[in-house]
Write a protein that binds this ligand. Sequence first.
Ligand SMILES: Nc1ncnc2c1ncn2[C@@H]1O[C@H](COP(=O)(O)OP(=O)(O)OP(=O)(O)O)[C@@H](O)[C@H]1O
Ligand SMILES: [Mg+2]
Length: 216
Amino acid sequence: MKKNVYFVSGIDTNIGKSYATAYLAKTWNERGIRTITEKLIQTGNTDMSEDIELHRRIMGTGLLLEDKERLTMPEIFSYPCSPHLAAEIDKRPIDFDKIERATQTLSERYDAVLLEGAGGLMVPLTRELLTIDYVAQKQYPLVFVTSGRLGSINHTLLSLEAMTRRGIRLHTLAYNLFPEEDDEIIRRDTEEYMRDLLKREYPEAEFVVVPFLGTK
Ligand SMILES: Nc1ncnc2c1ncn2[C@@H]1O[C@H](COP(=O)(O)OP(=O)(O)OP(=O)(O)O)[C@@H](O)[C@H]1O
Ligand SMILES: [Mg+2]
C-alpha cells in the first residue's frame, strides 16, 4: 500500500474526530492533495455511515462514487457502541480483509486517505485487538484530535505516551474549538501547552486548529 493513509483518532468519542477529519480533507483538497475519508468501523447505523455523510457535507462534495461502492464504509454495525461489542450483538465478526481491501483501493485512487477510527485509541476492535495495536500494525501515521476543554491535557498526554511506546508517528495534532462555550482561560492555556509540547517532543508534527463549523 502507498504510504498515504492517515489514521484519525482522538481523546474520546464525540470529541470531533468527524469534524476534524472532514475539515482536514477539505483543506488538503483545496491545496491540491486529492483526499478521501473512510470510516474504519461504523457503529450505530445500518446501511449508510453517518460519519461519512457528515464528512461529505463539510467537504461540500455530496456522496462520492466510493461511498456508493461502500469502500469508505466497509463495516457497519447497528448498535451504537464499541466495535467489539457491536460485532457480537450483530453476530457477525469484523471482516478485516474487507476493510484492508477497501483502504487499499482508496489509497490507490487518491493522494491521501483519512481513516477515522471509532472512539479513542484504546477502544477494542475485538476482544483481542485494540485500535492502537491495529494502527501500530499498519504503521499508519496518526492524526490525533483533542480540544481545549478541562481534562484534555491529561487525556492527550496519556494517548501520546501510549502511541509513542508502540512506535506510532504523530502526523498532526488537531485542536478542535468545540464546544464554543468552553472556559476561555483554560482553552487558551491548553492550546499554548499543546503547542509547546509539540515543538519540544514532536517537532515534525503539525498543529492544526479546527474551527467551530456551526451546527450541521
Ligand atoms: N468543530 C466543530 N464545529 C461544530 N460542531 C462540532 C465541532 N466539533 C464537534 N462538534 C459537535 O460535536 C459532536 C461530536 O463531534 P463528532 O461527530 O465529530 O465526534 P466524533 O469524535 O467523530 O465521534 P464518534 O466517536 O462518534 O465518531 C458533533 O455532532 C457536533 O455537534
Ligand atoms: Mg465520528
